[in-house]
Design a protein around this ligand. Sequence first.
Ligand code: 5GP
Length: 301
Amino acid sequence: MTLTPPPVDRTAASKAAVAARRARAEVKNRISSGAARPIDVLDAAVDREHPASTLRITQFLRSIPHIGVTKTERILGELQIAPVKRLGGLGRNQRERLRDWLGEWERSSGATPRVVVLAGPTAVGKGTVSRYIREHYPDVHISVSATTRNPRPGEVEGRDYYFVDDAEFDRMIESGEMLEYATVHNSYRYGTPAAPIRRELEAAHPVLLEIDLQGARQVKAAMPEARLVFLLPPSWDELVRRLIGRGTETPEEQQRRLETAKVELAAQHEFDARVVNETVPRAAGEVVRLMGFDVPRDDAS
Ligand code: 5GP
């Protein structure tokens, strides 16, 4: 009896090859655009079903920004990995060495911002954008500030702010509990407790701080790797309209805040990125993307 091998479905096989190539190209694009962390792709490649598993190590490295042919050769030599290897086929030690190298690369290139500061002029909608992020992107850790001002209706202790008196605020400063603090609009004091931020960073979670300009500068001085994001109004008139429209301040307070806003707007070029608050979901999506999270653009429309 002769054994006849089953007929090969060439069309299906070539379709599958095309799909796999496309999926690998997608992985590379996501790395090069910053949408995916190379270290996460390496981890995902352990799963043989994942498209990254069949991605060549050379292609993987070259999709990382600023890594070209020569650098790739040098890195592979250092890590003792043959260029023909695919991500899913790395030995345990090779994977570990590559993981360590990628961790070092992330730290030195500032590829994933760990601390993102959202600042911008008064009434631009920082609070609304950060509330939207809290409600729609639960993976984002938002720092809760301490303040000496009274709670507004609907604000919750420990969620919106820690409402403290002057004595407690002084104590927090003296005991070194504040990462930064400032008197905002010449009236109340606001500060960022350092301990929760340290905890999140140790767990490798990016943290968002929604604070004023003075605070943003202090954070940058203490943590140069922090990314400062400036939220802009679509126009000055719109900013005035929003400030007056929300009706939470007296006319004198509104005037004072508009003066502060002018000074704050002039500082936008100190920032690493600018986001226009045209609509809250869009601006929120943009901020979350700047934090290194993978947010499809459609989500932010
Ligand atoms: P509001 O009283 O409207 O909640 O906030 C007033 C201003 O204080 C906003 O510009 C807000 O960004 C800022 N702010 C809130 N928390 C902090 C903080 O911890 N530090 C600093 N420097 N500013 C803060």
